[in-house]
Design a protein around this ligand. Sequence first.
Ligand code: GLC
Length: 539
Amino acid sequence: MPERTWWKHGIVYQIYPRSFQDTNGDGIGDLQGIRARLDYLSALGVDAIWISPIYPSPMADFGYDVADYCDVDPMFGSLADFDDLVRDAHARGLKIILDFVPNHTSDRHPWFAESRSDRSNPKRDWYVWRDGRGDAPPNNWVSQFGGPAWTFDQATGQYYLHSFLREQPDLNWRNPDVRDAMYGVLRFWLARGVDGFRVDVLWLLIKDAALRDNPPNPAFQPTQAEINRFLHVHNADQPEIHDVIAEMRAVLDRYADGVLIGEIYLPLERLVAYYGKDLGGAHLPFNFQLILSAWNAREIARLIEDYEQALPAGGWPNWVLGNHDQPRIAARVGAAQARVAAMLLLSLRGTPTMYYGDELGLGRVTIPPEAMRDPWERNEPGLGLSRDPSRTPFQWDASPQAGFTRGEPWLPLAPDWPARNADALARDPTSILTLHRRLIAVRRRHRALSIGAFRLITVADRVLVYERSFGRERILVALNFGPEPHGIEVPLTGAVLVSTHLDRADTISELTLRPDEGVIVLCDAGEGDGAPGDRGARP
Ligand code: GLC
C-alpha cells in the first residue's frame, strides 16, 4: 500500500541551532538564521527539520536543561521569530519538529525552585526526592555525565535525582500532575503549528518505583565513561513507560499528521517495543544501529535483516547515521566511505534522519582543550567523550568565519572551511553535497526507494547488494565498503541512476564496483505503477 504519510516517505534533517546560522553576531546560531537558510534546505531536498532545544535555558547542557518549556531563549530569538520560521518553512513544504525534553528540567525551572523550597510544597513530588542511606545517596545510580545521579539539598535535607547534570533534576513521571503539565507543553507547540516532536531520552522517563540499586556491569572497563559501571536495569526501560508514550500519542493524534520520534538507546528487541501496543507508541523509535555497529558489509547486512525481522507488523523503519551526541560519520569511516554511508542511509527502507553538516562531509575536528564546552568532557576529561567535535559551526561559504557569524563562533570552525563549504561544494559536480542532493532527488523520484520493499541480495566481506521494489519498479543498490575494486556476481542489467563517484550514468549489463563506490541501478522502471514524478508529493 502506498505510504503517503509525510514522515514515512520524507527525510528528516537535524539542526543543532547553536551551530547552524548566526544572524545577530553573538557567535551562536538563531531562529532567524535557520529561516534565512530555508532555501538551502529546500534545494537539498529534505522534508522536515528537527531543531535541537531552543527554549529558555541556562545552557548547562546547551539547551537540554529547560527553564521554560513554552518560550524561546533570547539567544535564539523570540516566539514571534519561531512563528515566522514555521510559516516560512510550511510555505516551502518543510515540516518543523521540535525537541521535547521531558525527563528533566533545568534546576532554574520555577517548578524545581518550588519543589526544593519545602518538603511540603505541592510541587515537592514533581521531582524525585529521597532520604540518603546514612551519609550515602539513596542508591547506586550514576549520572550519564559521571558521578552520582543524586545531589544532596542542604535546605531540605534530602537528595534529588538527576540522570544527567545536577543542574538537570529529573521530573517524577509517576506523578499525574507532571504528566498533565507536560502534555500541556505538547499542546502549546502543536497549536503553534509544529509537525511533531523528537523526545529526548524517552526510555529513561520512568524509574523503578522502589529505586533499587543497579547491578554491576561485569564488562566495565576503566577506559569507559562511568555510566557504564552498572547495568541499567532499574533506572531505564520500565514497563510503565509505554503507558506514558501512549498518552503522548493521544495528545499528538488530535492534530493532523504529527510525528512522534523517540530517542532510545536500547538493544533491538527492546527498542521495537517502543512502537507500542497496536502501534500506539512512538511512530519512529530512533534506530541508532548504523551509529553503533562496526563499519563492514557483513555486520551491516546482519543488522538490517535483524531490524527488518524485529519490526512489528506495520511498524515503519528509520535509520540514523549521526547526531549531536555521536562522532560524525566522516570522522568514523573516512571521507571515501562517508559517501557510501550517504548512499546507504538514503536507499534503505525507512525514514532517514540526516545530521547537519554531514552533507558537507564534515570530518574529524580537533577542539583545543581550552575551547571545549561539553560538560561531559569537563566531568570526565581525557576519555574522548566530548561531543563538541560534532557540534562545530556549519560552513556556508569562504567569507570570514565561513559565513556562520559576524562575531566569534561559540565553538571553533573545522579548519577545512575555506574549501569545504556549502557554496563551493554546491558548484562542484562531484562533491559530497552534490551527491546528497542527487541521492535525495533519486529517492524522491522512485517509489521503490522511498517506500518500496527491501530484499537482501548478496553480501560478501566488502560488498553489500540489496533490492528495493515497488510494484514492478525494481532498483538494485550495490555498495563497496572497501578500498579494492569488486565484481558483482548477480545478474544485473539497467541504468545507473547514481554512483557515489558521480561520474557515470550509463546502462550496464554487469558491474564492477570501484574502490569505495556505491551505485544505484534501475533494473526495471515498472512504468505504469511506480511512475516517476507520481510519488508522495510534498504537502
Ligand atoms: C539526550 C540529548 C543529549 C543531552 C541528554 C540530556 O541524550 O541528545 O544531548 O545531553 O539527552 O538531555
